[in-house]
Ligand binder design. Structure first.
Ligand SMILES: C[S@@+](CC[C@H](N)C(=O)[O-])C[C@H]1O[C@@H](n2cnc3c(N)ncnc32)[C@H](O)[C@@H]1O
Length: 294
């Protein structure tokens, strides 16, 4: 997990390309490791363990094989578990023909993005990557370009946050059947803002996969409560499928964000909208009211 720095969105909105699709950085093609140019801070270098999920599905195996090749060449980290990535793959496979776009919010260095990109040509969907920090978006794209060049024609890079993407992109398109993946800011208010913005495009949205539903921070001022935000928006009768890892015991606080995982709670939730209703926002509210900087 990458804990939201307060002010990330406030700062991000000063960027001239904020709220727009951006172009890849062609220069990164000349570096064996794009991080030599981008110089992105990588807290742990952690990589997902895919081993227990191999030899189950040949498509997953082929996607993972291309990801594993990159580990020797580029410096990055993957912030979800191997089980989480495999469960995302299984959901995408089950939704073949039912969704035509995956919109991923919060790419960091492309852990989940590479799984989605690898699946996109097999399961035939386009991929929008939405991220508040430009260098993460560029790094992610370069990973995808090298591993899954055939997927790049269907990929767009949006510099911004989810309410801005809803307003500037989805509300102006006829696009429907979008699956969102959310692993962006984990602060309660931020997640409420993001999920509430989906209310305005609920008829175009198949559903949502959301990560870090087991995450807390030992620094209370971070207010890391993704699961609570999900229940605040969809209510306690939420119909969802648990995905990813689940720990028998709570972990210890780590890194500057003092983040830890609570016990016996899933790493992520898959929330199909056909089985859920929005308890928030109120129908009298507008997207502009939701789109506040946290
Ligand atoms: C936990 S990381 C994503 C990790 C990634 N899913 C993976 O598989 O490794 C979260 C990312 O969300 C971005 N982010 C944080 N708040 C955001 C927001 N409100 N909107 C868009 N991106 C955000 C951060 O810059 C960071 O790159």
């Amino acid at each position: 997990m990458y804990t939201l720095k307060h002010g990330l969105i406030r700062e991000g909105r000063k960027h001239p390309e904020w709220g727009k699709f951006i172009s890849p950085d062609k220069e990164l093609e000349n570096y064996s490791d794009p991080n030599e140019k981008l110089n992105v801070y990588i807290p742990s270098g952690n990589k997902a363990d895919f081993t227990p999920f191999l030899k189950i599905n040949p498509v997953f195996d082929s996607v993972v094989a291309k990801i594993l090749e990159q580990r020797k060449i580029m410096t990055y980290e993957e912030q979800c578990s191997g089980k989480y990535y495999f469960n995302c793959f299984e959901i995408l496979q089950s939704l073949r023909g039912k969704i035509n776009r995956v919109a991923e919010v919060g790419t960091y260095l492309g852990g989940a993005s590479c799984i989605f990109a690898g699946c996109s040509t097999h399961f035939e969907f386009e991929l929008d990557l939405i991220e508040a920090k430009k260098e993460f978006l560029l790094f992610t794209y370069e990973r995808i370009r090298r591993a899954f060049p055939e997927a790049t024609a269907m990929i767009r890079l949006f510099l911004g946050d989810l309410p801005t993407y809803v307003k500037n992109v989805v509300m102006k398109e006829t696009q429907s059947n979008i699956l969102f993946h959310h692993d962006a800011g984990h602060n309660f208010n931020q997640v409420v803002n993001d999920l509430a913005s989906l209310y305005f495009i609920k008829d175009k949205t198949h559903g949502l996969i959301i990560q870090d539903t087991h995450l807390r921070s030992a620094k209370i001022q971070n207010y890391i409560f993704v699961d609570a935000a999900v229940f605040a928006v969809f209510g306690f009768d939420l119909a969802f499928i648990e995905i990813g890892a689940k720990f028998a015991n709570s972990t210890e606080p780590a890194y500057a964000g003092k983040s830890y995982f609570i016990n016996n709670q899933a790493e992520g939730f898959y929330i199909p909208f056909e089985h859920n209703t929005f308890k928030y926002p109120h129908h009298s509210m507008t997207l502009n009211e939701i789109d506040t900087v946290v």
